[in-house]
Every structure is written in C-alpha cells, then in structure tokens.
Design a protein around this ligand. Structure first.
Ligand code: XMP
Ligand code: MG
Length: 179
C-alpha cells in the first residue's frame, strides 16, 4: 500500500491502513448484528462518500438488512435560512416504520446531519441510529448522538475509503491525511 499519494495539487500520507479499517468495520458490524436481531434495519447511506463503508459494513452483518442511498444537496434558496436541502432518492414510503441506520463516511461539523435528521424524522421511521466511520471531534458543532463510531481523527483533511478531494481519492484502500 502506497505510503504517500497525490490528488490534484495536494500530497497525502497513509494515516489508517486497510487492515485497521477492516477490523474497525467488523467491530461495528458485530455491534449492529447484536443490536438489531429480528429488526431488519434499513441502512441509509449518504452519497457520495459513504458508498465504500456502506458496502463493507453491510457484508459484515449477520442479520437481514436492506439498504438505500440518499444524495443531499444544498443551495442558496429563498427561504429564511437561505439554504434549501433536497433529498434525492428518498421517499416517505421507504422510511416509514423502518429501523434506520444512517451510514456516513465522516462527520465533520455535523451540519449535514443536523439539517437532515429533522427531515428524516418527519417521515416517521421506527427509529434512527447514526453510524459514521470517521469523526472529527474538534470540528463538531452539533450534539449528535452517534451510536456506531469507527475512528476519531484530528481536524485535518483526509481522503480514501470513499472520501475525496475534488473527486479524486475515493478508491484508495487506506485513509490518507493531508501533509
Ligand atoms: P459535516 O461538516 O456536514 O461534513 O459533518 C460532512 C461532509 O463533509 C465532507 N468532509 C470531508 N471529505 N475529507 C473529505 O474527503 C475530509 O476530511 C472531510 N471532512 C468533511 C464529507 O463529504 C462529509 O460527508
Ligand atoms: Mg459525505
């Protein structure tokens, strides 16, 4: 596995290797397996970054589970907050009465989830839990309850394992930190 990689104009060094990633995913999968016996949870991956973690995590589960993905977009709108969020790929009928596990690659400020969770609650799921592979505790600005946490990292930009820098780096098998 490469120790350093370049994406566009920036250099990154290996920060979390593949073996550590897979062990961490397996541990999360084991907890979810224990917690959701007979509940058939619906994994809800937030695109784009979560697609690798979601695929790996789902394959560690030893219970029935389903998966959906949602793409969140924000743009300057005319409402009072100035921000309107769109949820592409999500319908109430998929969410209602389901035990949801939201799958994120990384929680940074927490803004994305702080805005998305109330919208999701309106769709009347049976329960909502959060699973994130990475968390930047120093950057977090919202009191999110994270049920399944992989690895806490410092407030530095990372790529790999689904995470990108302007589109590059998502396919890297390790997680690389900016140098
Ligand atoms: P918030 O701040 O809303 O951010 O919790 C979540 C989204 O921001 C992106 N993000 C990153 N992407 N390397 C990345 O490639 C990073 O270090 C990083 N920090 C935040 C990511 O899309 C995440 O879903
Ligand atoms: Mg993301």
């Amino acid at each position: 596995m490469a120790q350093t990689v370049k994406a566009h104009d920036l250099n990154f060094e290996l920060f979390i290797n593949e073996q550590t990633i897979q062990k961490t995913v397996a541990d999360i999968g084991e907890k979810i397996t224990q917690d959701y016996q007979n509940k058939k949870p619906l994994l809800l991956g937030i695109l784009n970054g979560s697609f690798v973690f979601a695929a790996d995590l789902m394959r560690t589960l030893e219970i029935d589970a389903e998966i959906e993905f949602v793409k969140l977009t924000s743009y300057e709108g005319l409402n009072s907050s100035g921000i309107l969020r769109e949820m592409i790929g999500l319908e109430e009928s998929k969410i209602e009465n389901r035990h949801l596990i939201i799958i994120e690659d990384i929680i940074d400020t927490g803004n994305t989830l702080a805005r998305f969770l109330p919208e999701l609650e309106k769709m009347n799921p049976a329960s909502i839990a959060l699973a994130t592979f990475l968390l930047k505790p120093e950057a977090l600005q919202h009191p999110l309850k994270i049920s399944y946490l992989g690895i806490k990292i410092p407030n530095k930009f990372v790529i790999g394992y689904g995470l990108d820098y302007n589109g590059l780096g998502r396919g890297l098998r390790g997680i690389y930190q900016i140098i």
